[in-house]
Design a protein around this ligand. Structure first.
Ligand code: AMP
Length: 207
């Protein structure tokens, strides 16, 4: 099963994908997580993209497309995947169609006001990338990841100015993908406002 998770930042795509992989048994591939891991490792890719991520802008299409093409060619992704955060532009979607067509695109729908609340309270694990929320999904122990014991931090792009910028970028560059995939008959809408278990249940129904 080849799935794309589409939706604004803060819609819960990453949290949902982490749970959905248990159901569909394919790898969760998040371009944001790959970029953040590269930044943490201070690799050439990480050094190139750090300031872009911090500002909330998008990494250029060519770099992102190459990265995803290579990742999807790995053995574990040949049978399927959940792509979270890719594609984010029409050229990325067109490039993807050239090397791997999705079976379904799940569009997680949520208003901006809810996004701002969610991202402002989000805490991310430095080690494994898992997300928590100070109000909606706190870790068992403050600032410690439930899964791997890593330290939780606030992503630079979860600060107020960057959140505004990411929502703007989403509206201008990513939202057109909703119509693009709807026209192809691939889109399924999911209301992303309820708590994660309810959203997961709706995702099951789509499958
Ligand atoms: P995310 O974790 O999906 O919110 O992504 C964090 C940041 O990584 C984004 O704000 C972009 O700077 C960058 N990024 C992730 N995926 C893409 C993509 N498909 N195209 C361009 N930039 C991306």
């Amino acid at each position: 099963m080849k799935l794309i998770f589409l939706g604004p930042p803060g819609a819960g795509k990453g949290t949902l994908a982490a749970k959905a992989v248990e159901i569909v048994k394919v790898p969760h591939i998040s371009t944001g997580n790959i970029f953040r891991a590269a930044i943490a490792a201070q690799s050439p890719l990480g050094l190139k993209v750090k300031s872009i991520l911090d500002s909330g802008a998008l990494v250029d299409d060519a770099t992102t497309i190459d990265l995803v093409r290579e990742r999807l060619a790995q053995a574990d992704a040949l049978q399927g995947y959940i792509l979270d955060g890719f594609p984010r532009t029409i050229p990325q979607a067109e490039a993807l169609a050239g090397f791997s067509g999705p079976d379904k695109v799940v569009n997680f729908d949520i208003p901006d006001t809810a996004v701002v609340k969610r991202l402002g309270g989000r805490r991310t694990c430095r080690q494994c990338g898992a997300n928590f929320h100070v109000v909606f999904g706190p870790p068992k122990q403050e600032n410690v990841c439930d899964h791997c014991g890593g330290e939780l931090y606030t992503r630079d792009d979860d600060r107020e100015e960057a959140i505004k910028k990411r929502l703007e970028v989403y509206r201008e560059q990513t939202a057109p993908l909703i119509g693009y995939y709807r026209d192809k008959g691939l889109l399924a809408d999911v209301d992303a406002r309820p708590a994660v278990e309810a959203v997961l249940e709706n995702f099951r129904k789509i499958l």
